[in-house]
Design a protein around this ligand. Structure first.
Ligand SMILES: NC(=O)c1ccc[n+]([C@@H]2O[C@H](COP(=O)([O-])OP(=O)(O)OC[C@H]3O[C@@H](n4cnc5c(N)ncnc54)[C@H](O)[C@@H]3O)[C@@H](O)[C@H]2O)c1
Ligand SMILES: [Zn+2]
Length: 355
């Protein structure tokens, strides 16, 4: 199958290209090589032709779709950005870009799509209150965070909450521009599927890490922050109390999820986009991750600083069982093994404002 991988020069896209080629498919890459993501042009991918162009440009996208059976849409501006002034750029690349791509797919009759989604659309994950049942706490107050009260509390009775696993039916609650654009991409893809009879899957990745991860980035980059600090001979600085939970999923597993989903599209119901969480299924705290990485690197032990970022959620961990049940995908790279490999592998050059 010939697959157009948009953003195929990026961290995840380049591994998706490799996974597709390994399965005997014929990937082709469309990537704008955004300077924020690639301060230096990446080396050519051994497995795919690169079309250097922008998903916002209809003529380029039409050309890239020639002879293509399915699209793996990874291209996006990622990260939190510098400030709100970046909003038009995020919306342009992520939402206008997706609309241009989908319109070109409608025009050329390419009817199969796997979209790179994100867990950021959920906001503050899922919690249970012993008295009130499942609750969805709002953003945490600066006063609480300043006082070291990091755990969100039940907004009804004020009790402490137990974090749980987020399922795909959890309501969306995007809390920054990037998250809003990722949710909008899913809505656009669902509208495209309905209008054209297309088949679509959105893979909502959790915190992806692994070789080729850009360094020092403000988003999803907590693993890369720590890895960059270790490379400078410094201790990883862990915010809050280090007990915030995440699901760290290896980039090769995410690439395999893409290839698996692409191969399964043909048999799916037309006219529908189905979202799937793509996580490792084994939550870990950020503190544990920092320790595992520091140990594997042979660097100084992490420092827990109590600092915080107002936009961060406390816990966000996935229930990825739907992806396992429907498509037979399961993360294979274990936490200790993946972190040891990540400690030993190079980061991609990056800048402060991009992932
Ligand atoms: N890294 C994570 O932890 C994570 C988590 C959830 C979702 N995602 C999603 O995964 C996808 C890939 O992210 P990544 O981490 O590999 O980031 P990345 O920055 O390494 O890759 C994104 C690629 O898209 C390209 N691109 C951006 N805008 C473009 C445009 N307008 N036209 C053509 N190409 C364009 C960039 O040049 C880059 O090569 C994104 O859609 C992102 O939202 C990533
Ligand atoms: Zn309660």
């Amino acid at each position: 199958m010939r697959v157009l991988v948009t953003g195929g020069a990026g961290f995840i896209g380049s591994q998706a290209v490799a996974a597709l080629a390994a399965r005997g498919h014929d990937p082709v890459v469309l990537d704008a090589l955004l300077p924020s993501a690639h301060p230096e042009p990446p080396p050519p991918h051994p497995d795919a032709e690169l079309i250097h162009g922008d998903v916002r440009d209809p003529a380029t996208v039409l050309r890239a779709l020639r002879g293509v059976d399915a699209v793996c849409h990874q291209a996006a501006m990622v990260g939190l950005g510098r400030d709100f002034a970046d909003a038009p750029a995020y919306v342009g690349c992520n939402d206008l870009g997706t609309a241009v791509l989908l319109a070109a797919m409608a025009e050329t009759g390419v009817a199969e799509l796997v979209l790179a989604g994100s867990m950021v659309i959920y906001g503050e994950g899922r919690y249970d209150c012993a008295r009130c049942g499942p609750v969805r706490p709002g953003p945490r107050a600066a006063a609480d965070l300043d006082a070291g009260r990091f755990e969100p509390r039940c907004q009804v009775c004020g009790a402490e909450l137990t974090p749980g696993l987020v399922t795909e039916d959890a309501p969306a609650d995007p809390r920054n521009v990037y998250a809003a654009t990722k949710l909008s991409q899913e809505h656009l893809a669902a509208a495209w599927a309905r209008a054209t009879g297309g088949r679509a899957v959105a893979l909502r990745y959790h915190n992806v890490y692994g070789p080729g991860m850009p360094r020092d980035t403000p988003y999803a980059g907590v693993a890369s922050f720590f890895r960059s600090a270790l490379a400078r001979g410094e201790a990883p600085r862990v915010f809050e109390d280090g007990r915030q939970r995440r699901d760290f999923v290896h980039v090769r597993d995410v690439a395999e999820a893409n290839a698996t989903a692409l191969e399964a599209l043909h048999g799916r119901e037309p006219g529908v986009l189905t979202p799937y969480n793509a996580g490792s299924g084994a939550p870990h705290t950020v503190g544990e991750m920092a320790s595992a990485l520091a140990r594997a690197y042979g660097g100084p032990a992490p420092e827990v600083t109590g600092e915080y970022r107002l936009g961060d959620v406390r816990h966000i961990t996935a229930d990825s069982s739907r992806l396992a049940a429907d498509l037979g995908w399961k993360a294979r790279v274990g936490f200790a093994e993946g972190m040891a490999e990540f400690a030993a592998s190079a980061l991609r050059r990056g800048t402060e404002t991009s992932e």
